[in-house]
Design a binder for this molecule. Structure first.
Ligand code: MN
Length: 344
């Protein structure tokens, strides 16, 4: 595991200086924003506004319905070709925050637009192997369960915890909860639970948050999940299972953003399965989600074979082949890992 290098005192001071002069900030997140991306962005917005900095959040594409209850989501803008408002806000900003992403390439067209802007870029993240050259300052802690956790530590180091309010506390909790699959995975560091204890002091209702996120699926989403589980293929010799959905299959269940969120976790509920892959086709390409147990690094696997990356046990990737070709490529790609997978 990479050490925490980026909370160095000189980085903290450099950041403090940027905060002192900033007037208009924009916060951006990765493509397909999740609970951590949205939660961290909203918490950061609360703090920046408390410091007198005018702040907007812009995301590359729509985010799931199960996050719509969050305070502040109504003001989030979606970056779309032809829409002038996000571009205008970005061009007027004097400080940019890139949240829950380790490279500008994780934002598609929004990343391209940002890369041409002469504005300081601050990363707040927890993904492995950050592209440091893309950022003015990076607060990256790959040992953190979520960017929300990184953000909390950063606020602590800056002495800004008193600026948090209940909205920010709820948003941080949501980021931590969703990135750990409800505090099941990737949260062995004791800090996580100390932070939760602190967040509860702000008066957040953790059961309300849990229900809002996990018990709010649509009927169509449940039917799509049933269909996906029926289609799941198990490869016992590789201790692997995958689910692949074509864009026609997804559309036939009246797909809404976020409907397939979490599908990748289901195959890991099978005894002895240590690698799970979910492939979903969209208009442009195929997105792959990877989950693993133990030391099998899906970050390395996704980087090597599917132009992606992420964390040791959770990563994403992309394929520009057909669904059938992608499955074939995937099976071919795991062949060399057969022994490693059976030893997990
Ligand atoms: Mn995250």
């Amino acid at each position: 595991m990479m050490p925490v290098l980026y909370f160095a005192p000189e980085n903290i001071e450099k950041f403090r200086a940027l905060l002192q002069t900033a007037k208009r900030a924009v916060v951006v997140t990765h493509h397909n924003p999740d609970g951590d991306a949205i939660g961290t962005s909203l918490a950061l917005t609360q703090v920046l506004k408390a410091l007198g900095i005018d702040t907007s959040v812009i995301v590359p594409n729509p985010f799931p319905e199960f996050l719509h209850w969050m305070n502040g989501v109504k003001d989030i803008l979606i970056y779309k070709h032809g829409h002038t408002r996000p571009k205008q806000l970005l061009s007027e900003a004097d400080l940019l925050f890139c949240v829950d992403l380790n490279a500008l390439s994780r934002m598609d067209a929004l990343g391209k637009f940002i890369s041409a802007l002469p504005v300081p870029r601050v990363m707040i993240d927890h993904h492995l192997q950050p592209e440091l050259k893309d950022f003015t300052i990076a607060f990256s802690d790959p040992g953190a369960c979520s960017s929300a956790e990184t953000f909390y530590h950063l606020m602590k180091d800056l002495g800004l915890l008193p600026r948090l309010n209940i909205t920010a506390a709820e948003a941080i909790y949501t980021g931590m909860m969703t990135d750990t699959n409800g505090f099941r995975n990737n949260c062995s560091r004791p800090e996580v639970f100390y932070i939760i204890a602190e967040l509860l002091q702000y008066g957040i209702d953790k059961d309300k948050i849990y229900n809002a996120v996990y018990n709010s699926y649509s009927y169509n989403r449940m039917r799509l999940l049933g269909y996906a589980l029926e289609k799941m293929v198990v490869l016992p010799e590789y201790r692997t299972a995958y689910i692949a959905l074509t864009k026609e299959e997804i559309a036939s269940f009246h797909f809404q953003p976020g409907d397939t969120e979490g599908f990748v976790n289901y195959p890991l509920h099978i005894k002895d399965i240590v690698l799970s892959v979910f492939l979903s086709e969209n208009q442009e390409n195929i997105r792959l989600s990877f989950r693993s147990r133990g030391q099998f690094s899906v970050n390395e696997f996704a980087r090597k074979h599917f132009e992606g990356g992420g964390h040791l046990n959770a990563a994403g990737g992309i394929s520009r082949l057909t669904v059938t070709e992608t499955i074939a490529k995937f099976i071919q790609s795991i062949e060399p890992y057969k022994d490693e997978l059976s030893a997990v």
